[in-house]
Design a protein around this ligand. Structure first.
Ligand SMILES: NC(=O)CC[C@H](N)C(=O)O
Length: 224
């Protein structure tokens, strides 16, 4: 099993994501430039946080047209693992791979802190190692993390069990306290918090480790 970590101009969590996957969780992973046109040889793709293209127009709005995104769309459609954290989540919504949008935080300020979250769906390929409703602590660092969608979409998210993480203490005004959602098929996850920044005691929390363990569990299951 091998994962690609996409590097966009302005990504700043790409090294954190590769470090967490490769050096901490022992998942084979490699950087892939946004300019590449193929993800052959990879089983899943991770979109890191950052300020791709300087957040111009809207966060993720330009990155969504990168060469590699056709392959990310293909992975999503083929049911392969696709994950985006923070700016990665914004790119996934801009690409139409996840419903809704990320608006400016209600406070209009950039928020950088560790925040409590609830794992409301532990049946996904990204969260199977967590307990249902487990309370975890992960860092957030964003200016535009205020999730919004229309009522019909929210109902669909609820009906299909697509809401995966909710904030226990809503920091940014997100609708229904949403911190992370999947697509309908469950193979694409976007979340504003950073599991990759919480994988070592040194970082203040190890609560992100089970995110990577979940992915390993999933691939073990697929292999059997
Ligand atoms: N850490 C990040 O990925 C930040 C995402 C985006 N630049 C924002 O401020 O919302």
């Amino acid at each position: 099993m091998k994962l690609a970590v996409i590097v966009f101009p302005g990504s700043n969590c790409d090294h954190d994501l590769l470090w967490a996957a490769k050096n901490i969780a022992n998942i084979d992973a490699e950087f892939v430039s946004h300019n590449e046109t193929s993800l052959d040889g990879f089983d899943g793709v991770l979109l890191p946080g950052g300020f791709s293209y300087g957040d111009y127009l809207r966060c993720g709005a330009i990155a969504r047209f990168s060469n590699i995104m056709d392959e990310v769309v293909r992975f999503a459609e083929e049911g392969k693992l696709v994950f985006g954290t923070c700016n990665g989540f914004q790119i996934l919504t801009e690409a139409g791979l996840l419903p809704g949008v990320l608006l400016k935080n209600k406070s209009l300020s950039f928020i950088c802190k560790t925040t409590p979250l609830k794992v409301v769906n532990n049946t996904t390929i990204f969260t199977n190692a967590y307990e249902e409703n487990e309370l975890i602590h992960l860092p957030i660092a964003h200016g535009e993390g205020n999730y919004y969608c229309d009522e019909e979409t929210l109902q669909e998210l609820k009906d299909n069990n697509q809401i995966v993480f909710t904030y226990a203490d809503n920091p940014n005004g997100s609708l229904a306290d949403i911190a992370g959602i999947t697509n309908k098929a469950g193979n694409v996850l976007g979340m504003m918090p950073h599991p990759e920044r919480a994988v070592e005691e040194l970082l203040g929390s190890e609560d992100g480790l089970k995110f990577f363990t979940s992915i390993i569990n999933h691939f073990k299951e697929v292999a059997n």
